[in-house]
Write a protein that binds this ligand. Structure first.
Ligand code: PMV
Length: 312
């Protein structure tokens, strides 16, 4: 049975994509992210002699029924776009724990797009699309997935998805896992609900200004400036959640405890991790690789029970 495989990394946004203009995920605002090479989704696609496409887990990780339908639905759209008539078994899995509460749509849709086009190129003889083209296609399945095609930093601004030029120390992302459960409000729903917030109106302006500043901080190696931008934009996005109608929150008591810890570090030492949170409760703390051990030791002393995952 002919099969193809591929994998793609996740990413964490410093300036967040929140709010969209179309079902194809045209973003309301620009965003900027760091690619997380060690949090990956692998996909295997095989030809099958069956009446429809099918999904199976690769390893222990699984998708909800809704997640499966979204994944297969997107694959169906890609097949239609490329006039592929055959059916396939799609297997996918993540290399990070299934119950960690880490969003995986970025790595999943990027890995699916990449692997699907490996298969389609092979079957049709057409060349594999470039990273930029694949990113544009993947964006129509999950907006944030388009940023997983460029590393270590990626800018998504309107029609442009590209590597963001940087002159910056290499960072490690520590993720404090604070809730293992499924989210009450999916990120797709969050994109819709934030439109009801009175703060949403000026959100594109604020995100645009921060993206410009972040690009400058990256090229100048200005660590403290990037940390401040990440902090502000995290609070900006979560304020949209907290002021939507109806309002919602992803924060757990330990989310706030970890944020206070980070805030204290910056206040007392004028230095700390670049900190952000996605549409979830877990806190991402990006630390220069040279400070990895010291950060880990101190964090473990303060929060011995909190699970930490780590990605380059
Ligand atoms: O994964 P998506 O395409 O539904 O978008 C989620 C966006 C956030 O993760 C909340 C922020 C971001 O820019 O990654």
């Amino acid at each position: 049975m002919k099969s193809w495989s591929g994998s793609a990394p996740s990413n964490i946004a410093i300036v967040k994509y929140m709010g969209k203009e179309s079902r194809e995920n045209a973003a309301t605002n620009p965003s900027l992210s760091m690619t997380l090479e060690d949090f990956r989704t692998s996909v295997e696609i095989s030809l099958i002699d069956e009446p429809a496409d099918r999904w199976e887990p690769l390893g222990e990780w699984s998708l909800s029924e809704k997640g499966k339908a979204r994944f297969l639905g997107f694959f169906g759209r890609l097949k239609a776009k490329e006039s592929i008539q055959k059916n396939f078994l799609i297997r996918s899995g993540n290399n990070f724990p299934a119950d960690a509460g880490l969003a995986s749509s970025a790595s999943s849709f990027a890995a699916l797009t990449l692997t699907a086009y490996k298969a389609f190129s092979d079957l049709t003889g057409k060349p594999l699309p470039s990273a930029g083209e694949l990113a544009q296609i993947s964006r129509t399945g999950s907006g944030s997935s388009c940023r997983s095609f460029f590393s270590p930093w990626c800018l998504w601004s309107g029609a442009e998805i590209c590597e963001a030029p940087a002159n910056f120390p290499r960072l490690v992302d520590f993720v404090a896992i604070l809730n293992h459960g499924t989210k009450q409000v999916s990120s797709s729903e969050a994109h819709e609900r934030v439109r009801t917030s009175p703060l949403f109106d000026r959100r594109p302006d604020r995100a645009k200004a921060r993206t410009e500043k972040a690009l400058r901080a990256l090229s100048e190696g200005d660590y403290a400036a990037l940390a401040k931008i990440a902090w502000d934009d995290m609070w900006d996005m979560h304020s949209l959640f907290h002021t939507s109608d109806p309002s919602f929150t992803y924060m757990e008591p330990d989310t706030v405890a970890v944020l206070k810890y980070v805030e204290n570090l910056w206040r007392e030492k004028k230095h700390g991790p670049i900190t952000t949170i996605d549409a979830g409760p877990n806190v991402h703390m990006l630390v220069p690789e040279s400070e990895r051990e010291e950060f880990l030791k101190k964090f473990r002393e303060r929060f011995p029970k909190i699970q930490l995952l780590e990605s380059r």
